[in-house]
Design a protein around this ligand. Structure first.
Ligand SMILES: [Zn+2]
Length: 312
């Protein structure tokens, strides 16, 4: 990549609107904690690496998360390092999620974790915090936590996470509706491992106001038209899509077709601890693999600010 383009990308005011906080844990924090186990970054950072499956990816990620996220203070330390890095890269607006599954597994207080992330936000960065919930995440233990989350002041919204083909529980549509009634913004991961039908379901059944990934919408012109007509944006993570084999090859990523069809798309890194990517890498991917001009890149960056949530 030629230096002027890299400089252009660095200088561009950017957003990250699809970022899992557990998946954005800086490697150096993990290495400092467990130098024996994490002396070198994982094989998955290599550009030509491909995960075998979502389960392969998730298994590795949960291993890192289980070793690190043992307290709300650890979430705070992680968030602080992530947000400082954002300012360095000229990222000005961030939407990040933490996983209810991790809170459950690690027996943490979700509200404390949410507050700890909020307390890590530096001056100069706008951050919105989301709680990610798996398709079967409303359990006997977690149901009361999820209900109380709708009243957490520092929580801006909810997101549907996890293995996409897992059947979505009957609790979800009502919970997504009540989240909006409580003033929370609602997202959903869809159209990554399931086809365009699940993007449609996320919009029609959950009422999701933004879709994470959603790239497989390209397989159904009606779903593309629905996204265009409703203005529901896709928070796309091209390098994640390549490494998880959502697209067959980098050059076949459909973000350009989606943009050309009038769908609002942003770009983000998803889980940089697993993909070894920075936000600049995502923009370089668009330029290098898909032929985006500087004007095209600026348009994608502007989309991030267009979808940014205003603070009440
Ligand atoms: Zn994601």
């Amino acid at each position: 990549m030629n230096p002027p383009l890299r400089d252009f990308i660095r200088a561009l005011p950017k957003t990250e609107t699809h970022l899992h906080i557990e998946g954005a844990l800086p490697w150096h924090l993990l290495r400092e904690l467990r130098p024996d186990k994490y002396s070198a970054p994982p094989a998955s950072w290599a550009p030509d690496f491909r995960f075998d499956s979502f389960a392969h990816f998730e298994g590795e990620l949960l291993g890192y998360a289980g070793d690190f996220f043992t307290s709300a203070e650890r979430y705070h330390a992680c968030a602080k390092a992530i947000f400082e890095d954002h300012l360095h890269r000229n990222v000005r607006y961030v939407e990040t999620s933490f996983a209810s599954g991790c809170i459950d597994f690690m027996n943490l207080d979700g509200r404390e974790v949410c507050d700890a992330i909020r307390a890590a936000v530096p001056e100069g960065l706008e951050v919105r915090i989301f709680l990610g919930i798996h398709h079967d995440g409303y359990t006997e233990k977690m149901g009361p936590v999820l209900e109380s989350a709708l009243r957490w002041d520092n929580l801006d919204g909810i997101d549907l996470h996890g293995t996409e083909p897992t059947p979505l529980g009957d609790w979800a549509p009502d919970f997504w509706r009540r989240a909006r009634d409580a003033g929370k913004f609602t997202k959903a991961h869809a159209g990554e491992f399931c086809g365009p039908w699940f993007v449609r379901d996320a919009i029609e059944k959950l009422g999701a106001q933004r879709i994470q990934h959603g790239v497989r919408a390209i397989e159904d012109p009606e779903v593309v038209a629905m996204l265009r007509d409703t203005g529901i944006a896709l928070d796309v993570c091209p390098i994640s899509n390549v490494k998880l084999r959502v697209v067959p090859s980098p050059g076949e990523h459909p973000i350009k077709q989606l943009l050309d069809a009038g769908v609002v798309c942003t770009v983000s890194t998803d889980d940089p601890i697993s993909f070894g990517n920075s936000i600049e890498d995502e923009y370089e991917f668009l330029a290098g693999e898909l032929g985006f001009s500087e004007k095209d890149l600026a348009r994608v960056a502007a989309n991030g600010f267009q979808v940014a949530l205003k603070k009440n």
